[in-house]
Design a protein around this ligand. Structure first.
Ligand SMILES: Cc1ncc(COP(=O)(O)O)c(C=O)c1O
Length: 483
């Protein structure tokens, strides 16, 4: 065999020999079983030391490309690598459901007067305190190399259980709590352990879209059930629903609480139908008046309610911290689901949150923020009832970070036109119709007051009113731009 090796300069000679022989093997120029020249002979031909050649051969042996049989010489072991055609972007088929499911597009515009829903006021977040608590956790002495408990940080679970018992009357021990990556992951864990493809799930209409999409992604048949002034209309629930998702404290997005009678009816229905209820208590920290109704979880006698909570409103959504409280029969499966779904939420953040709760700083922060949101709520509700009455019918609510108002015209076309005019006026809000899964969609405005500074509310509402009067005028003249 004539092995041609050309060496350049006197540097890195072993590496050069190794590369030449390697490329001859993988390109097929040296076939399997062929014998390489003995090290002494090749060293002489290349005018290098024998050690240099031996080193190159050893590297090839360690890669499995050569075998060195003592006394017999070195033989090619590796196969030529067939040259695959250049990488092409094959179309990998995803499950059908994902063809129509999309993540929300990033916002292409931040309105100057932003009544967007769902975002708390970041300027109220206790950044210094959070930084200090987090920094304390990110120390070698604190950070363990071991994996943590999929149920979450034990002290955080205990702290959540203690505080939720007091603030919401939920009955829970530390072991009942699983810390999650926001409420959305709580819904995901529940869906993982309960849903079979084709199973029926009922959600509120209008309602919060992410859990509805999640249930669909698991192959469930999701039925939107209309809410009325008392909340979910239990009489309209499909008989075969196995899981029902509700927001009883502050219906999303309309805002009214579920009446006591409906709560009792829903629990009785679940008992009869052997169904499970998810109680999403996403922003109950912000109650501005009236006596809170007992949570479904607190009055549930059958162990059918899974309570979910979130720190996205009381702190920030970017922290991705939430939790669920599950009946004992589901806890083992949910812990296992948490393990397979990502194991657990970042430990230092969980530990920092533990300190925030245990020190009472979270409760203090919530009290401060609640006062601020209460005043924004009152301002907007006052304006809606006094200056928008001709076109809007606000939904009574005493909690949360947003208000909803139905368009008296019931026209989604007018709703679309208001949104377009508002964009030109640099005012943002959410369209009620976008929270509807059933048709015809309901028309209205959902106004958040987390993102907008108090000082901007009046001007934002003035602009919004002008947009509504213009949209109403063009609807009356039949010249609406439509949506
Ligand atoms: C109805 C509802 N549930 C839950 C959440 C919180 O979800 P997460 O904890 O995943 O941020 C929100 C946030 O906007 C919500 O509107």
């Amino acid at each position: 065999m004539d092995l041609h090796i050309h060496l350049e300069g006197r540097d890195d000679l072993a590496r050069q020999i190794y590369r030449h022989i390697r490329s001859a093997i993988v390109s097929g120029r040296l076939g399997r079983g062929e014998r390489l020249p003995p090290t002494r002979e090749l060293a002489r031909r290349l005018d290098v030391s024998r050690n240099t050649v031996s080193l190159a051969y050893e590297w090839l042996v360690s890669e499995g490309l050569l075998s060195g049989r003592k006394g017999a010489g070195s033989f090619v072991e590796g196969e030529p690598v067939s040259h695959a055609p250049r990488k092409q972007n094959a179309t990998i088929r995803v499950r059908d459901v994902w063809e129509s499911l999309d993540a929300p597009a990033p916002r292409d515009w931040t309105p100057r007067y932003d009544f967007g829903v769902g975002t708390p006021d970041a300027s109220l977040f206790p950044f210094d305190t959070w930084r200090r608590l987090l920094a304390r956790q990110i120390r070698a002495s604190k950070l363990s190399a071991a994996y943590g408990d999929p149920g979450g940080h034990p002290r955080l679970r205990a702290a959540i259980a203690r505080s939720i018992v007091v603030s919401r009357g939920v009955s829970a021990e530390a072991d009942d709590v699983i810390v999650t990556h926001g409420a959305q992951q709580a819904f995901d864990l529940i869906a993982r352990v309960l849903l079979e493809p084709g199973m029926r799930v009922a959600v509120e209409e209008p309602g919060y879209p992410p859990p509805r999409l999640l249930f669909q992604s698991y192959g469930a048949r999701v039925t939107p059930v209309r809410v009325d002034a008392q909340g979910l209309d239990v009489a309209k629930l499909p008989d075969d629903a196995r899981l029902v998702y509700v927001t009883p404290s502050h219906q999303f997005p309309l805002g009214m609480p579920m009446s006591h009678a409906r709560r009792a009816a829903l629990l009785a229905w679940a008992e009869r139908r052997n169904a499970v209820i998810i109680e999403d208590d996403y922003d109950s920290e912000f109650r501005f008046g009236g006596r809170p109704l007992e949570t479904l979880q607190a009055i549930d006698r059958g162990g059918r309610v899974i309570y979910t909570g979130s720190f996205s409103k009381s702190l920030l959504p970017s922290l991705r911290l939430g939790f669920l409280i599950a009946p004992p029969s589901m806890q083992r499966a949910l812990r296992a689901a948490s393990f397979v779904a990502g194991w657990y939420t970042q430990w230092p953040a969980q530990a920092a949150l533990t300190s925030l709760i245990e020190s009472g700083l979270l409760a203090r922060h919530v009290r401060k923020v609640r006062r601020e949101y209460a005043s924004r709520h009152e301002r907007i509700l006052g304006a809606l009832t006094s200056r928008f009455d001709e076109w809007l019918e606000p939904v009574a609510s005493v909690a949360g970070m947003h208000l909803a108002a139905r368009l008296r015209s019931r026209s989604t076309r007018m709703e679309g036109e208001i949104a377009e005019l508002a964009r030109e006026a640099d005012v943002g809000f959410d369209r009620l119709s976008l929270y509807c899964a059933a048709r015809p969609a309901q028309a209205g405005l959902v106004l958040g007051y987390g993102a907008i500074a108090s000082a901007d509310i009046d001007e934002g509402l003035r602009r919004l009113r002008r947009c509504i009067t213009r949209a109403a005028a063009s609807a009356a003249s039949g010249s609406g731009r439509g949506d």
